[in-house]
Design a protein around this ligand. Structure first.
Ligand code: ATP
Length: 205
């Protein structure tokens, strides 16, 4: 029981190609600070705003999420976007996860906050969930841009992003893929089981 009269469900979507320690840190802080009962980790089938490699296998990305988050209480690794196929719109995912007496919290990294108003049906998304953001970089200039953007969302749409406080971990999946390609050690970037999976399946070479 969370002490609230509703169930609190977090949603953390992304490409997760691969899932890395920055995602893990953000997810843990999200779970604790928003007092979530459940956190759905949802790898996209086709991210609407990103190019992904033609050799990309969504089931590998899903499996790596299972390996990374496997033993955490309350975490659900969901294949809903992969099962749905096509472009993975957050709007459709929220529609699928809506339930009575349930509050949905949507986590975005700072890059996503800045482009949120280009997302499919973003105004509806604002009505369906509580948006939350987490810093992924230390640069104070980006901090100022974020504050300006969330102020704009508040003024235009009456929605206030909540903030997760955690030390930013400056790491991206692109960094991990690049390191693998260059034959570098990625053990500090991803959980051990994910590192083993990438190695054994020859991913990102
Ligand atoms: P890529 O390098 O391939 O673009 P990425 O590292 O940005 O990938 P995604 O899977 O696209 O990872 O990210 C999913 C979500 O996690 C997004 O909301 C993104 O902002 C957030 N995120 C990614 N990396 C971090 C990080 N280091 N700290 C906090 N949030 C992050």
């Amino acid at each position: 029981m969370n002490g609230f009269d509703h169930t609190r469900v977090g949603i953390y979507g992304g490409t997760f190609a691969p899932v890395h320690n920055g995602h893990l840190r953000a997810a843990k802080a999200f779970m604790e600070q928003m007092k979530l009962d459940y956190l759905f980790i949802i790898p996209a089938y086709l991210p609407p705003h990103k190019q992904i490699d033609s050799s990309d296998d969504p089931l590998f990305r899903l499996r790596m999420c299972e390996l990374a988050f496997g033993d955490m209480d309350g975490i659900v690794i969901s294949d809903c976007e992969i099962a749905r196929g096509g472009k993975s719109y957050t709007y459709d995912t929220l529609k699928e996860l809506e339930r009575p007496n349930t509050r949905l919290f949507l986590l975005c990294g700072t890059d996503m906050v800045l482009t949120f108003d280009t997302w499919f049906r973003f105004e509806d998304i604002f009505k369906m969930c509580y948006p939350v953001y987490v810093r992924r970089e230390n640069d104070p200039l980006i901090g100022n841009r974020i504050v300006a953007k969330i102020t704009e969302y508040y003024q235009k749409y009456g929605v206030m992003f909540r903030k997760i406080l955690t030390e930013p971990l400056e790491l991206s999946s692109t960094d991990v893929r690049r390191a693998v390609k260059e034959g570098k050690d990625i053990s500090g970037m991803v959980p051990e089981k994910v590192e083993k999976f990438i190695r054994e399946n020859g991913l990102y070479r």
